[in-house]
Design a protein around this ligand. Structure first.
Ligand SMILES: NC(=O)c1ccc[n+]([C@@H]2O[C@H](COP(=O)([O-])OP(=O)(O)OC[C@H]3O[C@@H](n4cnc5c(N)ncnc54)[C@H](OP(=O)(O)O)[C@@H]3O)[C@@H](O)[C@H]2O)c1
Length: 275
């Protein structure tokens, strides 16, 4: 096995991946792919029946060990419960901090507790679970952490401010940490999907209309996102943007065109108000 490659099932050793937000969407797709690769799994989310159903299916289809640790990652005690599980898992090779949600509507109109919960699920849980995993991974000189971020990290206007800012945090955290641990046999990836077919846009927290209004070509499937993440694990850059269309979108979000739109937007809005 290369220093920064996923170990293969044929190596004979058991290895474990822990996935948060595995009851749906991208997390569930990670669970299925890693089960097929022969990983034992620890899966976490709030919806216990979903976790148990998935665990039973993956045990039956792939003969792997799957344990479920239900946790609400907006609650510190529940994050700490997962931290303890991580520290007890002597062969943890992969930690995937994936759990997350969006908040629709105007920032001010949503309760501050909801915004706080997002910070806790996206940032506090990721930072704490990663910290819990790293000591063991560094000692074994082997491991990967995937932090599921978003191309929303490059959006500067018109989207949820708390959501976008939390993903900026994850990108900076992952890039900096990757630089600090890559010589110790551990790599960190910030996975930045664009629009992906999951339950995200129809969840109780978000209730967006994107599924109905955006053209099909902007979307990727969760499986496509996961495949690109795993293929590019350990590659030179910590930030992985799956799909050419999403890389082009980030190029434009970074470009002078985006800055120009930001400059003229208040003028256009002013004209609309006056007309
Ligand atoms: N879909 C997209 O277009 C898109 C684009 C860019 C980035 N992302 C990111 O991808 C990640 C996964 O989202 P998804 O698209 O797969 O959405 P999803 O289908 O709605 O899945 C979200 C997962 O997060 C879990 N979760 C939500 N709140 C939680 C909490 N308080 N505690 C523990 N688990 C919680 C959910 O499980 P329970 O409800 O059972 O707890 C579920 O398993 C998120 O970080 C999201 O920001 C998504």
């Amino acid at each position: 096995m290369g220093k920064h490659e996923l170990s293969s099932a044929s190596s004979g050793e058991r290895r474990t991946a822990l996935i948060t937000g595995a009851s749906a969407g991208i997390g569930e797709a990670f669970a299925r792919r890693l089960a097929a690769l022969g990983y034992d799994l620890i899966i976490s989310a709030r919806r216990v029946e979903r976790l148990e159903g998935l665990a039973a299916e993956l045990r039956r289809d792939y003969g792997i060990a799957v344990s479920c640790t239900p946790a609400d990652l907006s609650q510190l005690e529940e994050i700490q419960k997962l931290e303890a599980v991580i520290k007890e898992t002597g062969n943890l090779e992969l930690l995937i901090n994936n759990a997350g949600f969006g908040i629709s509507g105007h920032y001010v109109e949503q309760s501050i507790d909801r915004h706080q919960r997002m910070i806790d699920v996206h940032i506090t849980a990721t930072v704490r679970l990663t910290h819990a995993a790293l000591r063991g991974m560094i000692a074994r000189h082997r491991g990967f952490v995937i932090n599921v971020s978003s191309i929303a990290a490059w959006v500067q206007v018109g989207a949820g401010p708390g959501y976008c800012a939390s993903k900026v945090y994850l990108n900076s955290f992952s890039t900096n940490l990757d630089g600090a641990v890559r010589d110790q046999g551990v790599r960190i990836q910030a996975l930045c999907p664009g629009y992906t077919y999951t339950e995200f846009h129809n969840s109780a927290d978000y209730q967006g209309t994107e599924r109905e209004t955006l053209p099909k070509w902007v979307w990727m499937t969760a499986e496509e996102v996961v495949d690109e993440s795993l293929r590019r694990l350990g590659s030179e850059k910590a930030i992985v943007i799956p799909g050419l269309k999403n890389r082009i979108a980030v190029f434009f979000l970074n470009s002078f065109i985006s800055r120009l739109i930001m400059r003229i937007r208040p003028l256009i809005q002013g004209q609309q108000k006056n007309s």
